[in-house]
Design a protein around this ligand. Structure first.
Ligand SMILES: Cc1cc2nc3c(=O)[nH]c(=O)nc-3n(C[C@H](O)[C@H](O)[C@H](O)COP(=O)(O)OP(=O)(O)OC[C@H]3O[C@@H](n4cnc5c(N)ncnc54)[C@H](O)[C@@H]3O)c2cc1C
Length: 388
């Protein structure tokens, strides 16, 4: 990773000074990592992807994935919040920047460092992002939207929400729009708690959302197109940064543990060094698969209109889904192996080699859009996709 860019250096400072010192308490109390998120705002990192012409830093996706990894090494919840927010910003920049309302909004986001949450999951639909029960109801220049959401990360702390819904009350449940709703225009009624195994700092309980707004806030492009071109690949890549950081945090503890053993018995190679060699190889495979997909996505996104055909193809969708499933299966295995290397010191909660938080956070990855749901989509694609 190129750590020399100002944005990466700012992220490293936030990770070291504001995420790491509070990560344990954030996890223990399942509370929002306010110190780290405020620091990210001070460093103007929430608007990193916004083009320079609108006041942002004009960062690329690769830089954002690196920032997510840097944060996740210290606090995976902070990293996941940052990743989820960036998915929303990237979607707006790529698909709504032709709309004057959104141009103005993005300028305001840079100035005020708004934090945007995502509302795709819904009661009765679960984690199927490409279906909605709720519908946008337009009346003249205003709309109304009510959504019974199963999970909204940092819903209570967000400034604004980006919500999927059926285009209108008569639309099929796959005919979706994407709508940004502003804090002053929505109400959230919390319907449950967030006392989870891991990712406790994301604060993601269910909420009933009631909102209204200007019809200009309904993005013109169908959500299905945005999903294929941007939301799904960018999510899997930014989450990939979080999974790499979570894994690297555990691997680095295991490395320190083995080095300590080696120092205690100079001239000998500790037996755990063999397991460490395997572990580092697993980490390398995870990194290689995320990086390969990232490089390809960056190239396709920068290419001409013909590349849109590739991004929306079944083959590409299959590949990005495979990245998610493979990486999320690898992550808990990597952390478990790091735990076995550190032994009792990895098992203890009050040891500097503790793996508890990494392991609990790691298990969120496979259910954050259930892997079986993704594999079921792939199974359907494979029935019609020609052989390579
Ligand atoms: C840390 C975290 C943060 C999150 N933040 C947000 C957020 O900010 N906004 C948001 O909208 N959502 C969020 N989610 C929710 C997430 O996007 C998914 O909706 C949710 O994790 C899926 O919940 P579920 O297990 O009930 O899955 P469901 O999709 O309801 O599935 C239930 C089970 O059935 C399986 N399954 C479903 N369909 C099939 C199928 N066709 N074939 C085989 N098996 C199937 C699934 O694999 C799963 O095991 C978050 C989740 C996590 C873990």
């Amino acid at each position: 990773m190129d750590t020399s860019s100002p944005l990466r250096q700012a992220a490293a400072l936030v990770a070291r000074e504001f995420a790491a010192p509070h990560a344990h308490v954030v996890d223990q109390e399942a509370r929002f990592p306010i110190e780290a998120i405020n620091a990210l705002k001070r460093e103007k990192l929430l608007s990193a992807y916004v083009p320079v012409a609108l006041g942002g830093a004009g960062a690329g996706l690769t830089e954002l994935v690196d920032i997510v990894e840097i944060l996740a090494r210290e606090c995976a919840s902070t990293a996941m919040i940052f990743a989820m927010h960036q998915i929303q910003v990237i979607t707006l920049v790529r698909h709504a920047a032709g709309n004057p309302w959104y141009v103005n909004y993005l300028r305001e986001l840079v100035e005020h460092q708004y934090l945007i949450a995502s509302v795709t999951s819904e009661v009765g639909v679960g984690g199927e992002m490409r279906r909605s029960n709720c519908a946008v109801e337009v009346d003249g220049q205003r709309f109304r939207l009510v959504k019974d959401a199963t999970t909204i990360s940092y819903g209570a702390q967000a400034d604004d929400l980006l919500v999927t819904a059926r285009r209108n009350p008569d639309a099929a449940n796959s005919d979706q729009s994407l709508v940004l709703v502003r804090k002053a225009d929505y109400m959230l009624e919390q319907k449950g708690g967030w006392d989870t195994m891991g990712m406790r700092g994301t604060c993601s309980p269910p909420f009933l959302m009631t909102s209204s707004g200007d019809a200009a806030q309904i993005i013109d492009m169908p959500f299905g197109d945005m999903s294929a071109q941007t939301v799904v690949p960018v999510s899997h890549l930014l989450w990939g940064g979080c999974w790499m950081g979570c894994a690297a945090g555990a691997v680095n503890k295991a490395r320190a543990f083995v080095r300590g053993q080696a120092r205690a018995n100079p001239g000998t190679v500790p037996p755990t060094a063999l397991r460490l060699a395997e572990l580092v190889s697993m980490m390398q495979s995870l990194r290689t698969s995320v990086q390969a997909c990232l490089t390809e996505y960056e190239a396709l996104s920068a290419a001409d209109d013909a590349a849109v055909g590739t991004l929306t193809s079944m083959g590409y969708s299959l590949k990005m889904n495979n990245l998610k499933v493979d990486a999320t299966q690898a992550l808990p295995l990597i952390v478990s192996k790091a735990l076995s290397i550190c032994g009792i010191l990895g098992y203890k909660n009050d040891s500097k080699f503790s793996m508890s938080r990494h392991l609990r956070d790691a298990h969120s990855a496979a259910i954050m859009v259930g892997n079986d749901r993704i594999l079921a989509t792939n199974a359907n694609l494979l029935l019609v996709l020609k052989d390579d």
